[in-house]
Design a protein around this ligand. Sequence first.
Ligand code: UGY
Ligand code: MN
Length: 246
Amino acid sequence: MHNLGQTRSSHQRNHLLQTPDTFVRTALPGSQAATAIVHCTPQIGAAFTQYTVEFEPAGTLGPAVAQRFLYVLEGGLEVHAEGQVHRLAKEGFAYLPAGADHTVVASKRSRAAVIEKRYVPLATAKPGEAIFGQVADVAGQPLMGDEALEVKVLIPDQPGYDFAVNVMTYQAGAALSMVEIHVMEHGLLMLEGGGIYRLGDSWYPVEAGDFIWMAPYCPQWFGAIGKAPAKYLIYKETNRHPLDGA
Ligand code: UGY
Ligand code: MN
């Protein structure tokens, strides 16, 4: 049905809500049998890039221009790196440091979230190594003591890594205990369920499939609504002084 120009998507100075009805597909250099929905980039003011790739069977990703994080949303991927093949099923993830020679091949029709960020080196720490894992194998921890809000940290919180990617799961009715305002920006992909997201001075209904970018200092709050848990994948930079790399 024609939507007469209506959408939940909204682009404001300090945030973007991008809903699937507004997704536009594009080819990225070097990718074959794979198209990308580009969610956020330096063009919007982000210091990282996040996109979703839709692979045909045997589709491949082009070379990384920076550190790369992959998260399998559907299907399965093979990551060839350091002479080994890492098979990632749904909810499998990989972190590849800047300059790590690798190829990514879809073993079947697949979808994956991709995050890329230029590495900010530290004189006092060596760059972190590649990581391959499965969300089910990562232990969760309650956020600020709230057992209804679980955080799984997918990249070790160590100085060799300059960004974090977490999976946050809210039981139905759970909510952030405060409106957060912080220097870190976020890229957020809703994986399951839904609720209400406060971004800046607006409140948005959100559901699985939606993408959100939050600029530094964007006021933010989320409450899960419905009978099933809400789950999202969230990026933020970490372990660096705000003047590092500026
Ligand atoms: O890690 C975070 O800053 C997270 N609690 N933010 C969010 O969920 N919007
Ligand atoms: Mn936050």
